[in-house]
Design a protein around this ligand. Structure first.
Ligand code: CS2
Length: 499
């Protein structure tokens, strides 16, 4: 990245001054900034999907790593959209992170040294992926970015996957890019990079591995064999609540810095990253910056996805139907609070591995405290995005386990029914639904009448959402149908109370 080292003109008005290498020295003394020589760092990591979560989470850890390992700087690659590059390139990759709690703190993060948009400059992305210095590829492309089908395998009918198989050198999908990068490294006699999925998928490492191998096998069997033998895809659990950037944050940061930052990010102070230990050479010293290395990521991951994310999605759909705006407001609502506590304790926790049962009550309480954070305005509407992709991981897996163990489904059915009613309400109001299945969801919602027998089949036929064990279960249909009709008839809060 080109950085301008010209002196700052002292007369430059504060309003127009912008965060960059050139103005970094003007950042007020109390705001921590990169504690290393940025110009002396080297790119060792390619990250796909540099949204707010990546910048608030992984890049924060890597900023610390760079203090003692200069070869870990990040090349941030957006697959299509150029907004992040447009905001951060003029800032030489610098941005601010606000940590929200009773005493909020601001810091400048410098780990991103290069910003690329794959659709605009595929050659540059290929160069980075095949560079000898690149040892790590990380990603946060959200659930839908992996192009998986309902069974968790690669969806060969996905338009991006079809495109990438016909034009493998200029891919559109993450999976296409990973395989292209690996193919180039193999040709050049380089070892594969370590691939670290940082999305909220269950068994994220294995799903990524299967998708990469399936795609590679369609391209070239020898390549697939090489990846299978040599590449590693550790499983991870990532956690930090990251409300989307809004005008209030930009203004707050500008006031404190005395200069503009086009895209600051914010998160709660709590941050956690658990990475599976693998035998791959050349890894960063994860533990030195607070990453937990574990051979048992499954336990952390399942507890987090089901308890935190499951509760989040429940609060989102139930809360929005009740006219509530934020997570903190939702957990302050007495009826909703009691419901979510019961759901977590009585319905979700029994499906989690017994080994950690003793710790679950404390974990549940800590999650609820995090949701209450008065310094954070985390909009339920943000969590409600992509329900068709999130609910299978966050709630439906718990329901399958509960069904298998002959445990009750009544409470677990409520978030599913609330999601269907949320879709119906938005579709009838002509409001957009942010979801890769948006067109089908709007059609389902428009046809819906409020009668479960009429409406449920349309939802159950959505591709890749409802696993067969649930879609064919009379108990599942009964409990979701009853919750759905109670919401339609008496409002969402009536579905939370026991009969
Ligand atoms: C949230 C998550 O937006 C959502 O769907 O549930 O982003 C959640 O805040 C994070 O997973 C917390 O680590």
């Amino acid at each position: 990245m080109q950085t301008s080292r010209a002196r700052v003109d002292a007369s430059e008005p504060e309003k127009t001054r912008r965060l960059s290498e050139r103005t970094l020295a003007q950042v007020p003394g109390g705001v921590p900034r990169p504690n290393y020589d940025r110009a002396g760092t080297r790119i060792g990591t390619v990250h796909f999907g540099p949204g707010a979560f990546h910048r608030a989470h992984q890049a924060f850890y890597f900023d610390r790593l760079l203090e003692h390992d200069a070869h870990r700087a990040i090349c941030a690659v957006s697959l299509r959209a150029s907004r992040v590059r447009e905001a951060l390139q003029p800032q030489d990759g610098l941005y601010t992170l606000l940590q929200l709690d009773a005493a909020p703190t601001l810091s400048v993060v410098g780990a991103i040294r290069e910003l690329l948009v794959a659709a605009e400059d595929p050659a540059a992305v290929s160069r980075r992926l095949s560079a000898p210095g690149t040892s790590l590829v990380t990603m946060t492309v959200t659930e839908k970015g992996y192009c998986l089908d309902g069974a968790g395998g690669l969806d060969f009918d996905h338009p991006d996957i079809r495109h990438d198989l016909s034009r493998p050198e200029t891919p559109r999908s993450l999976i296409g890019w990973l395989v292209q990068g690996l193919a180039l490294r193999r040709e050049r006699g380089l070892a594969p990079f370590l691939m670290v999925c940082c999305d909220n998928l269950s068994e994220n490492g294995a799903k990524l591995r299967n998708a990469v191998l399936a795609f590679a096998a369609r391209r070239d069997h020898a390549l697939a064999g090489w990846i299978e033998a040599q590449a590693r895809f550790p499983r991870t659990m990532v956690d930090s609540i990251t409300p989307a950037t809004d005008a209030a944050l930009r203004e707050r940061v500008a006031q404190r810095l005395g200069m503009r930052d086009e895209w600051p990010v914010q998160r709660e102070r709590f941050v956690q990253w658990v990475v599976e230990e693998t035998d791959c050479a050349g890894q960063p010293d994860w533990a030195s910056v607070g990453v937990t290395m574990s051979r048992d990521v499954a336990t952390y991951e399942r507890a987090k996805l089901r308890l935190l994310n499951g509760a989040h999605s429940t609060l989102a759909y139930v809360g929005l139907l009740a006219g509530i705006e934020s997570v903190a407001q939702a957990v302050a609502h007495p009826g909703l609070r009691a419901f979510i506590e019961q759901l977590m304790e009585q319905d979700i926790e029994p499906t989690l591995p017994a080994a950690r049962r003793g710790e679950l009550a404390g974990y549940r309480r800590s999650i609820l405290r995090r949701f209450e954070n008065p310094a954070m305005r985390h909009l339920l509407a943000q969590i409600a995005w992509d329900g068709s992709q999130k609910l299978p991981i966050r709630i439906l897996g718990t329901m399958s386990d509960a069904l298998g163990a002959h445990r009750p489904l009544e409470r677990l059915a409520v978030p599913i029914a609330a999601w269907m009613q949320f879709v119906r309400t938005r579709a009838l109001a002509g409001s957009p639904i942010v979801d890769p299945l948006q067109t089908r969801l709007i059609a389902c919602g428009r046809r819906a009448t409020g009668d479960a027998r009429h409406d449920l089949p349309g939802f159950l036929e959505l591709p890749g959402v409802f696993p067969p064990d649930l879609a064919q279960s009379a108990e599942f249909l009964r409990t979701v149908g009853e919750a759905y009709e109670r919401i339609a008839g008496g409002g969402v809060l009536s579905a939370l109370r026991p009969d």
